[in-house]
Design a binder for this molecule. Sequence first.
Ligand SMILES: [Zn+2]
Length: 233
Amino acid sequence: MQQSLIAFGLSKEHLVSITPDLWAEGETAKAFEVLGRRAAERGLDLRVASAFRDYDRQVRIINGKWAGDRPVIDGEGRLLDRARYDDDEWLNSILRFSALPGTSRHHWGTDLDIWDASAAGEDYRPLLSPPEYEPSGPFFEMTRWLDELIAADDAEGFYKPYAVDRGGIAPEAWHVSYRPAALNYQDMVSAESLIPLWRGEPDDNGKIHEPLAMLEVIEPQVDHLLERFVLAP
Ligand SMILES: [Zn+2]
């Protein structure tokens, strides 16, 4: 399987099932199991809210937000009104929380959004919002435990690529990445390989995908956008 197909969320061949409806890269799944056992020893119950997401689903998310059919929120969780923003501002608001198709770390299967069922109960539906992971929120204990392990480089290979606000992607306390596998994909993102996909031209398997609705806004500033919203440490 070509690495570029995996990097852009166009392949599922490297994935294993971690719950009936969630998929992750094989080594990532194994490492997360170990991390989960260590968490359980501390009374935590690590759960995965989202794992692998494919290219087509990311197109539907981005196009839906562009059209105003899906909610777009600001850093405080407030719903934004499409009519009050010009195209560039609207694109930037979308990209703060949603990746351009082909650039999401969730395409790789190496990245997971996690929460703690011991603190919120089995039936809780995590919002993946900053307050849940802050000192007054239910997942703070898990966050503190995991951040200590990460700081000591003792988190089974996991780290938080979006821990610090770099002016592009919002900090995501819930997003962890399995570094040994993620390293294979993070340098593959480039405008030359993505723009044809975004235009709806066939991928390396000859498969056609839905074009991006806001491509004319993106194309003139694509290098800047990739630099600001894609690169993660
Ligand atoms: Zn995530």
